[in-house]
Design a protein around this ligand. Sequence first.
Ligand code: HEC
Length: 111
Amino acid sequence: MKLLKLFILIVMIALTLFLIVPNLSWAGEDGAGLYKTKCAACHGVDGAGKPAAKIPSLVSSESKASSDADLSDAIANGGKGKKPSHAFANKGLSPDQTKMVIAYIRDLQKK
Ligand code: HEC
């Protein structure tokens, strides 16, 4: 009986870890989290940018009209000017993460 209880306990712990660990490793890995850690300092939490510092709004009508491909190019490669400082593909942002951030920007644009 003791062994059975121990076995059940171990299975419970394993299940709990299995459920918790993937969630932990994904914390901050969604579009909102990525945007807040990598983009909000410049483009603002609400995406409004900083006109005085020439940081464009991501919720402007121009930005709303931009295709996902254009936004993706601006984010991953620094846009038409290929600005190295804005080439987030070289700064640890994977193509999937770029898509997640764009999805989050589209959400901001609806607000
Ligand atoms: C260091 C400040 C800074 C950070 C951090 C930053 N940006 Fe930018 N972003 C700019 C500036 C400045 C521009 C204007 C284009 C240029 O000259 O590089 C720009 C341009 C853009 C554009 C093109 C908008 C347009 O109208 O041309 C998009 C989209 C964009 N950023 C998204 C992002 C996303 C998403 C992140 C986070 C992964 C991010 N930016 C992080 C400063 C920043």
